[in-house]
Design a protein around this ligand. Structure first.
Ligand code: PLP
Length: 225
């Protein structure tokens, strides 16, 4: 199957899961994760109507953003953020999903160009406290969220997670349910959030059932089977 057909198939699958769980009217966005994929493949996805792309590595992303600048795309940075890369990220992306500390948030806000609208950010949550993973622990979230809300040029939109890999559907759902609860908890404490960035190629069905609003899908879209 080619990229065009896979994109159609993924969109249909998202729609049918939405119908099934009664989320037919609220929005679920598909972020095409294009890290490591050549520009030619991205162009095929663009021709099939895809506008939002996620990238993990800054240099690679900048090359693509530049090459595709006439296509009016929306770029999301979803990778680890090195301190010396915040300026370029703040200048070139619409969203950052991987904010995990105050310093990064502060730099992104200070370095966001004044002529652009505020940078949309998600806080990356390390749900199970895995030492090799980035992100903050659930209990640290409220404090970072409050801090981000004091910054003028970034807009706190939601929470993002990359859960530990499992093929077990109910285990996938349980982790995503914890994310939804964490988000609801923050909202109840007065923090505005409208985004749950969760669900990748192998677990996006579970993510939709638990309230994901942005799915980050790479291999299911771009990889040849
Ligand atoms: C690579 C990546 C994805 C996409 O993963 P697939 O399994 O290829 O769909 C999503 N989110 C992040 C943060 C990634 O690094």
């Amino acid at each position: 199957m080619n990229i065009t057909d896979r994109l159609i198939q993924i969109r249909q699958k998202i729609d049918s899961i939405k119908q099934r769980c009664g989320r037919a009217t609220d929005s679920i966005e598909l972020l095409a994760v294009s890290k490591g994929r050549p520009i030619d493949k991205i162009k095929v996805a663009i021709l099939a109507g895809q506008k939002k792309f996620g990238e993990n590595y800054l240099q690679e992303a900048l090359t693509k953003i530049d090459a595709l600048s006439t296509d009016k795309l929306e770029w999301h940075f979803i990778g680890a953020i090195q301190r010396n890369k915040t300026k370029s990220i703040a200048e070139n992306f619409a969203w950052v999903h991987s904010v995990g500390n105050e310093e990064t948030a502060k730099r992104l806000s200070e370095q966001r160009p004044a002529d652009l609208c505020p940078l949309n950010v998600c806080l990356q949550i390390n749900l199970c406290g895995e030492p090799q993973k980035s992100g903050i622990l659930p209990i640290e979230t409220i404090s970072l969220a409050k801090y981000v809300n004091t910054l003028p040029n970034i807009a706190l939109r939601g929470l993002m997670t990359i859960p530990s890999f499992t093929e077990d559907f109910s285990a996938q759902r349980e982790l995503f349910r914890q994310m939804k609860e964490l988000k609801d908890d923050l909202v109840n404490q007065g923090i505005y959030l409208d985004t749950l960035s969760m669900g990748m190629s192998h677990d996006f069905e579970a993510a939709i059932l638990e309230g994901a609003t942005i799915l980050r899908i790479g291999s299911a879209l771009f990889d040849d089977e």
